[in-house]
Every structure is written in C-alpha cells, then in structure tokens.
Design a protein around this ligand. Structure first.
Ligand code: PEP
Ligand code: MG
Length: 576
C-alpha cells in the first residue's frame, strides 16, 4: 500500500517543489478559501485534579461559590442565546441548560461534601460524565466537548479568570482552536471570522455543523502541527481540500480568497430548483430532525421536501417510549412544514451512536455492528409498529403522503417484512442502503419496497470497516472510495431497472463535486442539511450532463479515493 500523507492529519502533505513549506492537512468540512491573520481561541484553564481538603465548616461556602459561578455562566449563555438566531440560539440555550443539569450539579455537590474545593469538584464530576459518554461513543462522545466547555467556563468563573474560548476579533481573522465548543461557535460573526481550523474533530463535529450553517470555510482534525502557527501570522485555508498554507504569498492569497468569496456570493443568492447546465432537474431535499428544523429548512425555500427525517433524534433524552399521540404530534409538525411536498421519514435508528433509553441494547461489545436501526424490532417489533402507527396517525388531516424508510436493512426478508408493515398502514415503504449487502441485493429488495435512500455515512463505514467517528481513519471513511461508489452505482442501477427512485441522504450529498458524481451514477435525489443545498445547486448548474456522466464513470473506475476526486474535479471544474 502506498502511504498517503493524508493518512496522518498532522503530517504535511508531502515534499514541496518550491521554498514554501507544504501545507498542513486536515479534513475539509466547509468549502471555500479564506486568507487572514490567525487568531487562537483563548486557552482553556489549567485543571487541578486534586487540592487541599476543605474543612467541613467551609463546604457550604464552596457549594455557594459553585452555584453562583454556574448561574453566572448559565445567564451569560442564555443572554447570548437571546441575541442569536436559529440553530445558534438553540445551541447556546442547550449549553446553558447543561450548566443547570441536575445530575451534574448533584455530582459536584457530592465531591464538595467529601472535602474537595468547588474547582476540583467541578473537574472531577465532569470527568466522570465524560468517561461515561466516551464509553458509549458516537454522538454521545461528541457531547463531551460541550461538557468540558461548561466545566472550563465554570472553573474560569470560580477563579475570576477571563472566559475561555473565542475572543472578539476586531479585524477579519481565521480562528484556530484545539476544538470549539458549540457555545463558542454559535456566537461567531462570519464577517470577522473568515475561516476556522481545529486540531481535533471530524466531519460531524459541532464545529463542522455550525461552520456549515454560517458558510465559514472550515478545516477540522488538523492535528498538533497546527500549534506551530502563531497569532497574527497570515494563513490561507482551503475548506474543500482541507489544506492550511502557513506562508502564503499575500497577493495570491488575497486573489484566491476573493475569487472564492465570489463563488460563495453566488451560493448565497441561489434560489433553486436544481438543474444541470443542460436543464436536467435534480431533486434537492433537506435532512431534518424535528418540527423546528423542518420549519427552518422550509423557510430557506431551497429544499423541495425532506429526504431524511431522523426521528430518533427527537427522543435522545426520552427515558421511556413516547406514546403514539406524542410521536404523531411531532411527525405532524414536519408534514405541516412541508405540506404537499415529499417527506421521507426514517424509522428509529436507535443504538450505536444514537442510543435511546427505551430501544437500545445495553452493554453491547460492538454497538455499530449490533442491535441498531431496524434490528431493534427483530425480537420486539412493538416499538417499530407503534412508530408506524404514529406516522399513519400524523398523516391524518395533513394530506401528506410520507415515504417511510427503515435504517440498516441487510436482507431481502427484512425488506419484505418491513414493506408489509408499512403497506398495512397505507404508508409508502423504502429502505436505506447502508449495509453493503443491501446494495448487492438491490434488485431483490426493490421487489418489496418502493424506493432506496443511500446512507453514505454508514455505507462507507461498513464497506470500509472503518468507524465513521475515527478522525485518524478519515482516508478510509471517505465516500469517494471507489468501492463505495461502486456500491452506490449498484443500488442506482437496480433503481433504474425497477423504475424506482434512489436518493442519497448521507453527507456525500452535501459535497458539491461528489453530488455531481452521484447524479452521474444514476441517483435521482440528493438530501442534505438545508444550508448545504445551495452550493450543490450552484455546482450542478455549472456542469453539463455529459460532464456529469463522464465524471461518474471516471470516479467509479478510479484506483483510489484521491484519484476519483481528482478526475471528477478535472472534468467538472477544470473543463477537461
Ligand atoms: C447515513 O448513514 O448516511 C445516514 C444518513 O444515517 P445517519 O447518518 O443518521 O446514520
Ligand atoms: Mg446511517
């Protein structure tokens, strides 16, 4: 195997041919080029794990100090949330709520009762929660950034130190950080923060999600090499290639950033619907997670419907199964936000990185290969059946005709069984293509269901046997891998033979260049977070049908992910 420099995000991209050092490499998560002086986020406080034993008589005072500090931090975050909008406001509010979390506060009080200072108690209580979340892994592990963030804010407050995190820049900067907490990113001003680079994080980290929402070029997972960059030094970042140039030519850097800003302006003014340069329509849909998200997506006017409603995200904190009525109420909100338009509901994808208290097997040795997705219904179909009842109930009076798909389908029997459950309730059944076996069995599966939606995040994870959350495996968890493209083509071909639609709803659909390739492979719709759609629409509009077909052909037969990307780039963007 030839070792690709990309394998280690902290490794420079290889030998440079001129005097300039090779760019540092991370994972590009929001396309666009920015060139500005670097500014590091304020360091996190030093955290003691031990300290003097506090005499019993002084412990109440420590508790009071903690309460005051926590309340100050919560108020500050709430104040910012009131000034922010949309998702940023929700993130700030959620972080403020975390500061008031009873379990965490009780744990801090318990440590103080055993004689630690308020600072040490805050650190120890948080460590326990972080360890628990890391053990669960996946999305829960990503929540540890939020926990550590509130810990740092409270500790700084207890010590009378300035708030850690993002300083307020006076001129445009590229923000550098080890990692950014949601509360840091939510308050960003995109006029001043022109780019973001973090040492840690992956494609689905909060930094990536928020940067995408603001359209700020962003590179994550750049590793420890980033620390060589000093505050104030000019850097150029390419959020598509994941590159960070540490000594760019100032004039060229300015010109590239300007050109990129022009493309971004086109993206901002794009209104849809998506058509290729030859006028071929491509359906663009939104990924949503609840009624509020659906309304926000609908308000952009860009999506033609919902391509993935991740229902499990509505119930991450539910301790018991929500009633059919409660579920129906939530689903109805989404149908109403997109009335008359296509809405693809996904049944609960519980387990693995999205554990639900009422539908996840405890203590599985290998949760991503365990009882997750539709598998939760194998032994106890009740939860799935009641969810489908709730979807059918939610339809009443809305005129919606939802398409309802199951995650993690792997066999023909599963598709047949699931298809019947939906049809019995008057729902249109489909399955997600996330397990390679499902792509291989496309023709057989489509005898039992009406559509496919390809979940490229999991399809890539399972095709490449590489954990989608492992940033050090990003070379493998890359949907440009030719093996993954071949599986996508197999599913799309099966759809064409059966004359049934095949969409993509994984992150791959949000990559404008890859979106062209997916269309060339025969995919009929693309679904992504609403803020990502305009860039996809602009890119499709600049490509002819012939270029799209040729790029797909070249990518699927390329020897490596990088070669697939390069050949598609040359054909679509380079006009070759
Ligand atoms: C996917 O796997 O691509 C997908 C869309 O599902 P999720 O990311 O929610 O697992
Ligand atoms: Mg999935």
């Amino acid at each position: 195997m030839s070792v690709d420099a990309r394998f280690d995000p902290a490794t420079p991209a290889g030998e440079s041919t001129d005097a300039a050092p090779a760019p540092l490499l991370g994972i590009g998560v929001v396309a666009g080029i920015a060139a500005s002086p670097a500014l590091w986020a304020r360091p996190r406080p030093q955290l003691p794990t031990d300290g003097p034993v506090v005499p019993e008589a002084e412990r109440d005072e420590q508790k009071e100090r903690f309460d005051v500090a926590a309340a100050t931090v919560a108020d500050r975050l709430k104040g910012r949330s009131e000034k922010a909008e949309g998702h940023a406001a929700e993130v700030l509010e959620a972080t403020a709520a975390l500061v008031t979390d009873k379990g965490w506060r009780r744990a801090v009080a318990k440590h103080i009762d055993s004689g630690t200072t308020a600072v040490v108690a805050t650190v120890r209580a948080t460590d326990t929660f972080v360890a628990k979340f890391e053990k669960i892994g996946g999305l829960m592990a990503e929540r540890t950034t939020d926990l550590k963030d509130i810990r740092d804010r409270v500790v700084a407050e207890l010590r009378g130190e300035p708030e850690p995190g993002v300083p307020s820049p006076e001129e445009p900067v590229i923000l550098l950080a080890e990692d950014l907490a949601p509360a840091d990113t939510a308050g960003l001003d995109p006029e001043l923060v022109r780019g973001i680079v973090t040492q840690l994080g992956g494609k689905t980290s909060h930094t990536a999600i928020i940067a995408r929402q603001f359209g700020i070029p962003c590179v994550v997972g750049a590793g420890s090499a980033l620390t060589q960059i000093q505050d104030g030094s000019l850097i150029l970042i390419d959020g598509e290639a994941g590159e960070i140039e540490t000594t760019p030519d100032p004039l060229k850097a300015e010109a590239r950033a300007k050109e990129s800003a022009e493309v971004q302006a086109k993206i901002r003014s794009w209104t849809g619907p998506a058509v290729t340069a030859d006028g071929t329509r491509v359906q663009l849909l939104a990924n949503v997670q609840d009624g509020a998200g659906a309304r926000t997506a609908a308000a952009t006017g860009l999506p033609e419907g919902v391509g993935l409603f991740r229902t499990e995200l509505c119930f991450l904190s539910a301790q018991s199964e929500p009633s059919v009525e409660t579920q129906a109420g939530i689903y109805r909100e989404v149908f109403e936000a997109f009335h008359d338009q296509k809405v693809v509901v996904r049944t609960l994808d519980a387990g693995s990185d999205k554990p639900l208290a009422f539908a996840t097997m405890p203590d599985e040795p290998n949760p991503s290969l365990g009882v997750r997705g539709v598998r939760i219904a194998f032994d106890e179909p009740g939860v799935l059946e009641r969810q489908l009842d709730a979807v059918a109930e939610a339809v009443k009076g809305t005129g919606a005709k939802p398409w309802v798909m199951a995650p993690m389908i792997a066999t023909v029997e599963e598709a047949e069984w699931y298809g019947k459950l939906c049809r019995d309730r008057g729902l249109i059944p489909g399955v997600m293509i996330e397990v390679p076996s499902a792509a291989l069995l496309g023709d057989e599966l489509l005898k039992h269901v009406e559509f496919f939606s390809i979940g490229t995040n999991d399809l890539t994870q399972y095709a490449m046997a590489a954990d989608r959350m492992a940033s050090q495996l990003s070379q493998l968890t890359d949907p440009w891998q030719p093996a993954v493209l071949k599986l996508i083509k197999m599913a799309a071909d099966a759809g064409q033979r059966a004359d049934k639609p095949v969409g993509v709803c994984g992150e791959a659909a949000a990559d404008p260049l890859l979106a062209c390739v997916l269309v060339g492979l025969g995919v009929t719709s693309l679904s992504a977070a609403a803020p990502a759609l305009a860039a996809v629409g602009v890119q499709l509009g600049q490509a002819t049908d012939e270029q799209i077909a040729r790029a797909a052909e070249a990518a699927v037969s390329a020897p490596t992910a990088q070669a697939a990307r390069d050949s598609a780039f040359d054909i679509i963007k380079g006009g070759k």
